[in-house]
Design a binder for this molecule. Structure first.
Ligand SMILES: *Cc1c(COP(=O)(O)O)cnc(C)c1O
Length: 408
């Protein structure tokens, strides 16, 4: 097979034309700053779509998470329970406020925070008041279980729905389950502004605080009067124009991503692999990224250091490193599963709570020393496949052939 002439991307922006019209409008009316009709409109559209009362448009999903952590009142030295198998932007904002992330291991059913491990964590640290929960790759986690546990321990949820905009759990959109919720319009997300994010909440006082904090915390005075710490986190009206043009295409993007997921699933049905799982009865993911996990018995030997990976090719078997390197050879972009936070050099000394509640699991030690580290296992055996909306079925069939070849 020949390599793809044009690169097949993991997930790249998909533009439709309206984005340019709204950007141009901002230009022509000279609303080239952080106020304007596009901002008002995207906040309205987000509330309408997700079903929350207030949306505050910000410069990034990370900024929204930072504002959420501030709203939660996290203090220096305070422990905060966080999803472990996620992008580091989920947890960094806790550290911005001096908080200390405690990582909660992952379950196999949806690859999200394990409620059993969360319960164990509350046994160890009953004083914790804030839990940051992400929905990995657009698949809703075990929302009811997690909410019940948090309510029992009087903890609030910050929901990181950056990857899951448009996904539903029991008919309700993600981004509505926490007290403070965040979405992202980063370039690779399901819809994009090129950058941008939003804080979503039903709490008007919280929304107003974020409006103030994100525009340098100016008081209502004739001069620049400041009573508290401010940030320059507001979304630009030009970026909001891009988001505004994208919103009508959210459902179309989800349908395209779902078709990609299903084509992979069909294409791999006789291979020793599974697609990233979801709760078929209760949730409808947005299928942002299609991922696979290789059955343990079909894994060839692979070892990952801090910066490099090695593997030994074996017939009938494969491993993420082999598949990713082979895809790259054909000019297609895959990606390893997010490396769990507890395995990251910067977070390695933080507590990590697994289902056995031992807190004994350490880097790369999964299923060792009596400790089951689900996050490390999924990282070891899983990978993200090219999931770009613009990939044609023919191109996807070639990707499927490339992956099948790795198991040859
Ligand atoms: C992308 C992402 C973010 C951050 O969003 P930005 O808009 O890039 O700052 C946060 N959490 C998760 C899980 C993400 O995937």
């Amino acid at each position: 097979m020949e390599p793809f002439k044009e690169k097949i991307w993991l997930s790249s922006p998909t533009m439709h034309g309206e984005e340019l019209i709204y950007m141009q409008e901002a230009y022509e009316k000279n609303w080239m700053s952080t106020v304007g009709e596009n901002i008002n409109e995207v906040e309205r559209l987000a509330c309408e779509k997700v079903g929350c009362r207030y949306a505050v448009a910000l410069s990034a999903g990370t900024a929204a998470l930072h504002m959420a952590v501030k709203l939660a009142g996290v203090q220096p030295g305070e422990k905060v329970f966080c999803s472990d198998l996620t992008f580091d932007a989920t947890v960094n904002p806790v550290v911005y406020e001096g908080g200390v992330p405690v990582f909660i291991d992952t379950e196999y059913d949806t690859w999200n925070m394990d409620p059993i491990a969360l319960e164990k964590a509350f046994e160890l640290y009953p004083e914790v008041r804030v839990v940051v929960v992400a929905h990995l790759y657009g698949t809703p986690g075990k929302v009811d279980e997690i909410r019940t546990i948090c309510e029992r321990h009087m903890a609030i949820i910050i929901e990181d729905a950056a990857e899951s905009l448009g996904a539903t759990y029991k008919g309700k959109q993600t981004g509505t389950f926490g007290t403070y919720n965040c979405i992202s319009f980063n370039g690779n997300k399901i819809i994009t502004g090129s950058s941008g994010g939003m804080l979503l909440t039903d709490d008007i006082a919280a929304a107003n605080k974020v409006r103030k904090w994100s525009t340098q915390a100016r008081e209502n005075a004739p001069w620049y009067q400041h009573e508290e710490l401010g940030y320059n986190y507001r979304m630009s009206n030009v970026i909001a124009g891009v988001v505004r043009g994208q919103f009508p295409y959210l459902e179309e993007h989800i349908a395209q991503k779902k078709a990609i997921y299903e084509r992979y699933k069909e294409g791999f049905k006789d291979l020793p692999v599974q697609m990233n799982p979801f709760d078929v009865a209760n949730s409808e993911p947005n299928f942002w990224l299609s991922c696979l996990i290789i059955n343990p018995e079909a894994m060839c030997r692979q070892i990952r250091g801090e910066q490099e990976a090695l593997f030994i090719s074996e017939s009938g078997k494969s491993c993420p490193t082999e598949i990713l390197e082979t895809l790259a050879k054909y000019n297609a972009e895959g990606r390893p599963i997010w490396k769990p936070m507890h395995m990251q050099p910067m977070y390695r000394n933080h507590a990590f709570i697994t289902v056995d509640g031992s807190g004994r699991c350490r880097t790369n030690a999964y299923i060792a020393g009596g400790c089951v580290d689900v996050g490390a296992d999924i990282f070891n055996r899983g990978l993200c496949l090219p999931s770009d909306n613009k990939m044609t079925p023919e191109q996807q069939d070639i990707v499927i052939e490339i992956v099948r070849g790795c198991f040859g």
